[in-house]
Design a protein around this ligand. Structure first.
Ligand code: TXA
Ligand code: MG
Length: 346
């Protein structure tokens, strides 16, 4: 495939991009689309040959299942078999959080091809809040399978230019809808019913919908990760979201012992001296997730963008300052830990 077209789409003017994207998707092609979390690489979820092209373009292993995006809330019931004992909870959650960054893992209907779910009996489903994404799904009239539009194991793209760096020359079209609103991938949960009590939500991946947001509807529990377990969500594998430059996370700032002659960049939270990282070293580069204010929503939006920027800065190491783990901080630290784990892998 010689080149990748990039068509811009704003909420007011998206006609050409939508028409082109729908034509390609209907013809069984893949197209990169903006969502409110990160850019996705989309294909018709009901067409296994089209879905196979997602795996090829991303170099994604076949054991890693995809998220399916429905156009309307009710479309959920076309592709999943919602058990009676969690139906009320599913209705509550989708009413509250859809369209938006909450993905539910539910028993699938036979219309969803095995390639989408990697042979699992369940499918991960959400409804994106991005208006351009929704317009394309609606015009196509099919659910869209879409993982993040990066090569496997790499940093998720939050802009069209980041997608172009990841997948340029491999896909026919990128729809440029500007920067992503949330900047971090959706929260993924599995619902376990309990008799006479609120259900348990197994948190398969932390994301923009936080534990605190979910608690009114059920008890949120982390999934214990034991080495050797089959991954329920490979996004949970250590080594996911890794930049090419090794990323270091320390328990305490004092643990940092710079090697002479090496170039170190700091991914700071606020970009002020308070937390002890800024003054720890004469950094070659400093980037701040939320300059001055330390706002978690801003930090999440800028996380993947700054990881990419630091990765391209010719550094020997990136040092990430830890963030307190409340609300969105849980998802941010989750991505940083995985990026750090990936750096230590051979
Ligand atoms: O925000 C998002 O979720 C973005 C946008 C594009 O929607 N998508 C995304 O997809 O992050 P991806 O493929 O990068 O991550 C999806 C995760 C994977 O780690 C996958 O293993 C998990 O969802 N997953 C998919 N189906 C599953 C299932 N049936 N059971 C458990 N986990 C599943
Ligand atoms: Mg991904």
């Amino acid at each position: 495939m010689p080149d990748t077209r990039i068509l811009s789409a704003t909420d007011d003017d998206s006609k050409e991009a939508v028409t082109e994207a729908v034509a390609l998707l209907a013809a069984g092609e893949v197209v990169a689309l903006p969502t409110e979390t990160v850019y996705g690489l989309a294909a018709d979820a009901l067409n296994p040959e089209a879905v196979a092209k997602i795996f090829a373009a991303k170099e994604r292993p076949a054991f890693d299942p995809l998220i399916v995006h429905v156009g309307k809330r009710g479309d959920l019931y076309d592709i999943t078999e919602v058990p009676d004992d969690i139906r009320e909870t599913v209705d509550q959650l989708t009413t509250k959080f859809w369209p938006g960054p909450l993905t539910l893992v539910l028993p699938k209907k036979p219309c969803i091809p095995d390639i989408v779910t990697s042979g699992l009996p369940t499918v991960a489903v959400r409804q994106s809040a991005n208006l351009v994404f929704r317009a394309i799904g609606k015009a196509l009239g099919k659910p869209l399978a879409a993982p993040s539009a990066n090569r496997f194991g790499r940093i998720s793209p939050t802009s069209a230019s980041a997608v172009a760096k990841e997948l340029g020359g491999r896909i026919p079209l990128i729809v440029d809808g500007g920067a992503c609103r949330d900047g971090i991938e959706s929260t993924i949960i599995l619902i376990e019913p309990r008799e006479g009590k609120k259900p348990i939500f197994r948190l398969l991946r932390a994301g923009p919908v936080s534990k605190e947001d979910l608690q009114p509807f059920g008890r949120v529990e982390k999934v214990k990760e034991r080495p050797g377990d089959a991954p329920e969500a490979p996004g949970r594998l250590p080594g996911h979201y890794a930049p090419g430059t090794p990323l270091l996370l320390f328990d305490r700032p004092e643990d940092f012992r710079p090697e002479p002659g090496k170039r170190y960049g700091l991914l700071s939270h606020r970009g002020t001296g308070d937390a002890g990282y800024l003054n720890l070293h004469d950094w070659d580069v400093v980037e701040s997730l939320s300059p001055g204010s330390g706002k978690l929503s801003e930090a999440a939006i800028r996380l993947f963008y700054l990881l990419r920027k630091l990765d391209e800065a010719g550094l020997d190491f990136i040092v990430a300052e830890p963030i307190s783990e409340t609300g969105l901080g849980v998802a941010i630290m989750d991505r940083l830990r995985r990026a750090a784990a990936g750096s230590q892998m051979p």
